[in-house]
Ligand binder design. Structure first.
Ligand code: IPM
Ligand code: MG
Length: 369
C-alpha cells in the first residue's frame, strides 16, 4: 500500500484545535486500512515567529517540499501585530504558496440544505448552491514588484503595490477552470476589471483566446469583478466555475463563503503544475482565518478543516472514496442537526469542536463499513 506523507501546519489561533479534529479523521482512515498516512508537524505563522523569528523556518519549508501534501490550518492574530512586515504570520503562508508554486486555488462554496437557514440570504437563493471559485494564487498584486513604501522627503510617503500578470499565468489558471467546468456544470465565468486595468484587459484577451482554441465546448462569460460581487448576492446559483485573479479571488471567495452559512464551512486546495509523473505539489487549508477571539475555547467549527483534508484525498492521494465519505459524513452530521456556534441558526444547542470531530468520525465509520 502506498504511504501518503502529509505535513501538518496547525499555525495560530484556532489552528491547533481544528487540526486535532483532522488528525482524528486521519487516524480513523489509518485504522481502517483504507490507506496509510504518515504525518509530520511543523510551525507556521506567529507560532513559527515565536520560536524561530521567521514566519516559517527553512527546515519546515524543506518538509513542505518533500511532503505529498501540506495541511495548513490558519495563521495570524493580534499578538503579532507589531512584528516586522517580512516576518508577519501571513508571510509564512505566502512563502509556502510561492515556493511550492501553488498557482491554482480551488475554493468550493457549497450550501448544505441543512444549513440554508444559517445563510444571510433567503433559503431559495442558496439551498443547493454549488460554486467553484478558482483563484490565481502566486501572481498579481500579492507578489508584483515594486511593492514598497517610499518616503518622498516632503512629509509625504507613497505606497506602491504592482498588479502584474503574464500570458502563461493567465493561461494555466484558465486551463484549470475550464477542465473543472467540464466535470461540473460546463460553465466558466471569468472575472477581471478590464474596464480600468491593463492586466485585466490582458486577462480577458488570454482567457478568450484559450477558450476559442481549446475549450469552445464550455460556456464562457466575462463579468467585471464589481458586478460579480453584486451578482453573487443577487442570484448566486447562476455560477458554476468562477476564475479570477489573486486579489479579486480573495474577496469574492469570502463573500461566497458567507452565502453557505459560515466562513467555517469552506475548504480549499492549492495546487501546483503536474510534474513528469503527473504529481502536483499541494496545500490544503480552510478559507477562514485563525479566529483569535474564539481560540482556545473549543467552540471553533472544524468542518472547513476536515473538508480540506477531504480535498487532499481527492486531489493529492487519489482516494475519491475517502473524499466522498468525508463529504457524506459532514453532510450527515449537519442533517442530524449538529451545530457549532458559528452555524447555530435557530438550533436549540451547539456542540464543541471535538464533539463535531467525533461525530464526523462516527459517521465515517458507518459510511466506510
Ligand atoms: C486567504 C487569506 C490570505 C490571503 C491572508 C491570510 C494572507 O485571506 O487565504 O484568503 O489574503 O490570501
Ligand atoms: Mg482571504
Amino acid at each position: 500500500m502506498s504511504v501518503h506523507k502529509l505535513l501538518l501546519l496547525p499555525g495560530d489561533g484556532i489552528g491547533p484545535e481544528i487540526t486535532a479534529e483532522a488528525k482524528k479523521v486521519l487516524a480513523f482512515l489509518n485504522e481502517t486500512g483504507a490507506a496509510r498516512f504518515e504525518t509530520q508537524t511543523g510551525l507556521v505563522g506567529g507560532a513559527a515567529y515565536d520560536v524561530h523569528k521567521q514566519a516559517i523556518s527553512e527546515a519546515d519549508m524543506e518538509l513542505a517540499q518533500a511532503a505529498d501534501a501540506v495541511l495548513l490550518a490558519a495563521v495570524g492574530g493580534p499578538k503579532w501585530d507589531g512584528v516586522p512586515y517580512e516576518v508577519r504570520p501571513e508571510a509564512g503562508l505566502l512563502r509556502l504558496r510561492k515556493d511550492l508554486g501553488l498557482f491554482a486555488n480551488l475554493r468550493p462554496a457549497i450550501c448544505y440544505p441543512a444549513l440554508a437557514e444559517a445563510s444571510s440570504l433567503k433559503r431559495e437563493l442558496v439551498d443547493g448552491l454549488d460554486i467553484m471559485i478558482v483563484r490565481e494564487l502566486t501572481g498579481g498584486v500579492y507578489f508584483g514588484e515594486p511593492k514598497e513604501i517610499i518616503d518622498l522627503g516632503n512629509g509625504q510617503k507613497r505606497g506602491v503595490d504592482t498588479q502584474v500578470y503574464e500570458t502563461y499565468e493567465i493561461e494555466r489558471i484558465g486551463r484549470v477552470a475550464f477542465e473543472l467546468a467540464r466535470k461540473r456544470g460546463n460553465k466558466v465565468t471569468s472575472s477581471d476589471k478590464a474596464n480600468v486595468m491593463k492586466s485585466g484587459l490582458l486577462w480577458r484577451e488570454v482567457i478568450t483566446a484559450l477558450h476559442k482554441r481549446e475549450y469552445s465546448d464550455v460556456k464562457l462569460e466575462h463579468m467585471l469583478a464589481d458586478a460579480l460581487g453584486m451578482q453573487l448576492v443577487r442570484w448566486p446559483k447562476q455560477f458554476d466555475v468562477i476564475v479570477t485573479d489573486n486579489l479579486f479571488g480573495d474577496m469574492l471567495s469570502d463573500e461566497a463563503a458567507m452565502l453557505t452559512g459560515s466562513l467555517g464551512m469552506l475548504p480549499s486546495a492549492s495546487l501546483g503544475a503536474p510534474d513528469a509523473q503527473g504529481k502536483r505539489k499541494a496545500m490544503y487549508e480552510p478559507c477562514h482565518g485563525s479566529a483569535p477571539d474564539i481560540a482556545g475555547k473549543g467552540i471553533a467549527n472544524p468542518i472547513a478543516m476536515i473538508g480540506s483534508l477531504g480535498m487532499a484525498m481527492r486531489y493529492s492521494f487519489d482516494l475519491p472514496k475517502a473524499a466522498d465519505a468525508i463529504d457524506a459524513a459532514i453532510s450527515a452530521v449537519l442533517a442530524q442537526g449538529l451545530r457549532t456556534a458559528d452555524i447555530k441558526g435557530s438550533a436549540a444547542s451547539t456542540v464543541s469542536t471535538s464533539e463535531m470531530g467525533d461525530a464526523i468520525v462516527r459517521e465515517l465509520g458507518g459510511i466506510l463499513a
